[in-house]
Write a protein of this length. Structure first.
Length: 172
């Protein structure tokens, strides 16, 4: 297994990004607020935890990853603004300067799950999340909601095939 990249150095004192076995245990309330239903029970779950002080740790950002054939599907990206508002102004500025917690979860997942994949696909309908996705290395496709991040250098024909397969998945 490939180790994920180190967390942005400025965040290491109060943020931990990791894969958890049961995403629902940590983020059901957040996911419900953002998407209107519980997070998926399948796949892999990345959570960014924020330590507010020595005794309080909060799930602050979430991403869902799953694999179909030779590509990864990423969805459910969300960040809890109520947790971020609990941070000191200095720590919040540090999170923002590092590109935000959603970016940190994306980078973690890209590194951790890339071996054996040709691409990652994201389905994004939110303008702010799309901005973060593009900054993390996604590219736009001809579909307004489908984003791609190539892992290798597939031929243009293979790229088109993979994009068309991902489009058949609908929103994920």
């Amino acid at each position: 297994m490939t180790l994920p990249p180190p967390l942005h150095e400025a965040l290491r004192d109060f943020v931990c990004v990791t894969e958890v076995e049961n995403g629902r245990f940590f983020v059901t309330e957040l996911f419900q607020r953002k998407f209107g239903h519980a997070p998926p029970a399948f796949g892999r779950h990345i959570v960014a935890f924020v330590r507010i002080d020595s005794t309080h740790l909060y799930a602050a950002s979430y991403l869902h990853f799953w694999q179909k054939d030779t590509y990864g599907l990423i969805g459910g990206g969300c960040t809890d603004g109520t947790v971020l508002r609990r941070l000191s102004p200095e720590r919040l500025a540090t999170v923002n300067a590092a590109g935000g917690l959603l970016r940190q979860t994306l980078l973690y997942g890209f590194e951790r799950f890339a071996p054996g994949l040709e691409a990652f696909f994201g389905h994004c309908g939110d303008a702010r999340a799309k901005e973060v996705d593009l900054a993390a290395g996604f590219l736009e496709t001809h579909d307004q909601h489908l984003l791609v991040r190539w892992v290798g250098t597939p031929t243009p024909e293979r790229q088109a095939t993979l994009i068309n397969e991902a489009l058949t998945m609908g929103a994920f």
